[in-house]
Design a protein around this ligand. Sequence first.
Ligand SMILES: [Zn+2]
Length: 271
Amino acid sequence: MKKWLSFFFLLVLVCTSAFGLAQDLRVDFYNMGKADAMLITTPDGSHILIDAGTNKGGKMLTERFKKEGIQTIDLMLITHFDKDHVGGADKILEEFSVSQVIIPDYFKESKQYDQFIKALDNSPQTTVTKMPAKKTLSFAYGDASLLLSAAQETFYGVDEENDFSIAARLTYGDTRFLFTGDAEAPRQRELLAEGDVACNVLKVPYHGNVVDASEAFLSACHPEIAFIPDSDEEPAHPFVVELLENMGTDVHSAQDGDLVVLSDGKSVRIG
Ligand SMILES: [Zn+2]
């Protein structure tokens, strides 16, 4: 009997190392039109929300999370303060217990930003961490790890806030996900210089707009799967879509609906 038991455990061990980790990591890329919101669910059950869409998107996320029985958001990263990223964050803070919020270190004059700050003031249980230029932070959730990196500079030009986008690199076993906010050319060049942008799954920066670093950046990322949060009215630039498709990437637009990607630590697949 004992021999059989040892054999069974050996088999489990061999299968796990050959076919991946025991449990899947899941990333939901939500269709919010030209707005970002992605939920990472780690194998240990932690929930990490990257951006919260527009005001309207926040309501949609709230209804959805409630239906799915989600009560706690362990970490909410707001990549930057444009309304298509921060707009729904106040709603999330009002409706859920959010343990930690991470934001870039600048402020914006906008209604959505003010609503977000007010909601943070009303959430004393939430820890707020600002990431100044060049700051990096790392988190571990069981076998999954998340590395955040802030922009390198404190000024990119008047009204050039997209380049303040905090980037997130998620690693689970051998698989990598890269989230890029609305990084434009200067920020994409910074990420290239930092290295480590090769990934299995890419949230395409800046809603699929083309910038003069697009070719170098997307080629270095070389993802198997890419998600572009664009809309019918403002679709991704064909150059970006074609560049990705020509390198064999499975390209998904928000116009096609939500996308779920699962990782078993060895490979990624559409859920
Ligand atoms: Zn945006």
